[in-house]
Design a protein around this ligand. Structure first.
Ligand code: BGC
Length: 290
């Protein structure tokens, strides 16, 4: 088992031999997509994955414009179309301006991936209101603002049957922590629990309009948000106790799930959370005993 912590001498690199080697079918041609927080981590991989599936892509970012432009250039490098747009997803005026710019640039949007998120970890009694508000503002209010704009754009346009049988697709980036309580991360877990019922409520409300709303629930994915959980051998071994599949997730594992949920292959799927977590939500502590 190549990623078995017992046989590793360093934390495994992303080119490990047991990683899937998958390409993207061209399922999203003619369906412009907006991905928030797309200049790094899961958002970056998702923007690239959707572009490989044929979508034109809006790369939203709030800091580090050079990183966002680099994602756009990577997409253009394989013949895709992309534009980077700055907006803080927790600010209504910036979200409205971003959607207006996206629609004027690509004509419309068919897919919105509400991905931007962050952590401000703290023991509960030391957690400041600022830490709480920052996480709820980006991770939950940001998803409210972006999914609301998505619904407005989709409904105003209606179904374009040449590109998709659905009127539009919203994918919320949630987490295993919409289910798994997380000491020291109460703000983050609360935000993802909120995303779960936001997603389900709007899925129920928008389904008659043929707008599908789903979440992806990543487990431990190799991104900057959790470097301390995988960058040393000790940390990686600890992490693997929580992952029955015994490898860390890669950003492309998530991008593949998003591309599928956005495609007509998933047309009867709405209101679902697709956990992509190597089994982290399977109560690995109960693998023995109980
Ligand atoms: C968090 C990561 C964490 C993972 C599994 C994610 O939602 O952002 O920091 O490693 O959940 O616990």
């Amino acid at each position: 088992m190549p990623n078995d912590p017992k046989t590793l001498t360093t934390a495994p690199a992303p080119d490990n031999a047991d990683l899937p080697r998958v390409t993207y079918a061209k399922t999203l041609v003619g369906q412009p997509a907006l991905v928030t927080g797309a200049n790094s981590g899961i958002g970056k991989a998702t923007a690239i994955g959707l572009a490989r599936a044929g979508a034109d892509v809006v790369i939203n970012y709030v800091t580090d414009p050079a990183a966002a432009e680099a994602v756009a250039h990577e997409i253009e490098g394989f013949g895709g179309r992309a534009i980077a747009i700055q907006a803080d997803v927790s600010k209504e005026d910036e979200v409205l301006a971003m959607f207006a710019q996206a629609v004027s640039h690509f004509g419309t949007l068919h897919i919105v991936v509400s991905n931007a998120g962050l952590q401000r970890d703290s023991p509960f009694e030391q957690m400041t209101l600022e830490q709480w508000n920052t996480v709820i503002g980006i991770n939950l209010t940001g998803q409210f603002l972006c999914t609301r704009e998505a619904a407005r754009v989709f409904r105003k346009r209606g179904i374009v049957s040449e590109v998709s049988v659905a009127c539009g697709k919203i994918i919320c980036m949630s987490s295993v922590h919409q289910e798994i309580p997380w000491a020291g991360h109460a703000n983050y877990a609360a935000s993802k629990g909120g995303v779960m019922l936001l997603m389900k409520s709007i899925a129920q409300e928008l389904a008659p309009h043929r707008i599908r709303v789903n979440s992806v629930g990543p487990g431990a994915i190799r991104t900057p948000i959790n470097t301390e959980a995988w960058s040393t051998l000790e940390a990686y071994a600890d992490l693997m106790r929580l992952v029955p599949y015994k490898r860390i997730g890669e950003p492309d594992d998530i991008a593949q799930a998003v591309a599928w949920l956005a495609s007509d292959a998933a047309d009867y799927v709405t209101g679902a959370t697709l956990f992509v977590d190597g089994g982290m939500t399977l109560y690995p502590g109960f693998a023995t005993g109980g």
